[in-house]
Every structure is written in C-alpha cells, then in structure tokens.
Design a protein around this ligand. Structure first.
Ligand code: ATP
Length: 240
C-alpha cells in the first residue's frame, strides 16, 4: 500500500497541491481524476521522487520514500504524461538500457521486448531513433519499458492519451491483470469516462485539494448530491 500523508507543493505564486492525504491499496486500479491544472502531475512527480515534497510524507509498504528512495524506486514503474525522453536513442537501445538498469536477464528480455512491442505495434520501429516517433509511439515505448522490468507498482500519468484504441484496450487489460495479481496500479486522467471504464477506486482532485475518494457507485452518488462535484463533472465530461 502507498500512503500519502498530508503532502503539499507550492510553486512561486501557486499552490499546486495542498495537504493531500490518500491511501492507495494493493490489488486495485486506482484512478486519480481532475481537470487540467488540478495538481495530478505534481502529485505524481512527488510520488515518484521527481519533485521534492514541501510538506508531508509518502510511504510504500511502510517504508518512508525520503529515507530509502532507491529501495522504493526499484519497485516502481512510471510513465510520465509527456514521453519526450531519450530521443537520441533508438527504440531498442532504450529498452536495453531499461533492461540493464533493472537487471532484466538477457533471454527473458529478448522475448519480452518482442512480445510487448509487437503487442503495441512498434516492433518494426525499434531500429529507429525515438526522435522520429509520433507521440503515441513514444508513449508506447515508455510503457513497454515499464512492463519490461515488471515493477510491483505502476504509476501512470495520463497513460491512455495518444494511444490508438487497440493499444489503449491492451493497456487497460494489462492494468487489470496487474491489479488482479495484488499489485498497485495508480493512474491519472482528466477523462471521467476512462475512470468509469477501468477503475475500482477513484480520488478526485481540483485546485490542488482532494475533493472526493471512494468507489464508482459512491462517486456517482456524490456527483448527484454535491454541487461543486457536479460542476466539475460537467468540466470533466466536456474535456473528454
Ligand atoms: N514547475 C512549475 N512551476 C510553476 N507552476 C507549476 C509548475 N508545475 C505545475 N505548475 C502549476 O501547478 C498547477 C498544477 O499543475 P499540474 O501539472 O500538477 O496539473 P494537472 O492536474 O496534471 O493538469 P493536466 O491535466 O493539465 O496535466 C497548475 O496551475 C500548473 O500551472
């Protein structure tokens, strides 16, 4: 389980995340929903250690992230919202780099790379530089990199944006399988429909503050009863 305890993040003139507390359980697909600029990416960057936390703590299975970052990061796979990384590497070089970093054995690596990249339809592009990839292809190579080392915890920032419907479907199936193994899948989206399709639990954030946390039936009930959430619901569906 991941426990986020009262974390905050302020940029000059802007409070991006304010006193956020959240428990993310094992074995569930957990959606982190909110409109553009709500604070989702900032939270995920704190969760993955990319941004320091101003205030509060994050623990992974009881281990304080700030005290043992490497131990936590080894169990974690992260797909950022913009996959514009390692552009000078060829696709295959990137995946081998990830394989080396996480110690994926050579034989297993080859089979997995072939399976994943064929599944996502980028196998033939592995010899090309990532710079030449489209947004969707970049997203797919990063997702393949995460699945290659098969971490317990998946943290995905808007993972379905830019994926074609078949790849989006495949990734959703993979998320489900991972959760069913008792692992953690935490992903952000600004699209309500995605949450309704995939999630077991959801947290809604707006203006850096947690607005709601619960399961799908509870969320629908809240949308009907709470005027602020109802307004946000309209925004989330319009953006969808
Ligand atoms: N490095 C930064 N410097 C200053 N302000 C920032 C920085 N990063 C984010 N912000 C601001 O913090 C707020 C939260 O941004 P964040 O990217 O976390 O939102 P988000 O929910 O991920 O939005 P989106 O769905 O558009 O990606 C926004 O107002 C944003 O402009």
């Amino acid at each position: 389980m991941i426990s986020i305890n009262n974390i905050s993040k302020e940029f000059p003139g802007k409070i991006a995340v304010s006193n956020l507390s959240l428990d993310i359980p094992d074995g569930k697909i957990f959606g982190f929903l909110g409109p553009n600029g709500a604070g989702k990416s900032t939270t995920i960057k704190m969760l993955t250690g990319i941004l320091p936390i101003d205030k509060g703590t994050i623990t992974f299975n009881g281990v304080d992230f700030s005290k043992n970052p490497l131990k936590v990061k080894k169990q974690m796979g992260y797909v950022p919202d913009r996959s514009d990384i390692f552009l000078r590497l060829k696709g295959i070089e990137y995946l081998n780099f990830i394989g080396d970093m996480y110690g994926v054995p050579a034989e297993e690596r080859e089979t997995k790379i072939e399976y994943l990249t064929k599944t996502f339809g980028i196998y033939d592009a592995l010899k090309d530089h990532i710079q030449t990839y489209s947004h969707g292809m970049r997203q797919k190579i990063v997702v393949s990199g995460v699945l290659l080392h098969d971490p317990d915890v998946w943290i995905l920032d808007e993972p379905l944006t830019g994926l074609d419907p078949k790849s989006a479907y495949t990734l959703k199936e993979m998320m489900r399988e991972h959760a069913e193994k008792g692992k953690i899948v935490f992903f952000s989206t600004h699209v309500l429909e995605v949450v309704e399709q995939v999630c077991d639990e959801v947290a809604i954030i707006n203006h850096g503050r947690l607005q709601f946390k619960g399961n799908m039936p509870e969320m629908k009930k809240q949308f009907k009863e709470n005027e602020n959430l109802e307004k946000m619901f309209l925004e989330l569906t319009q953006h969808g």
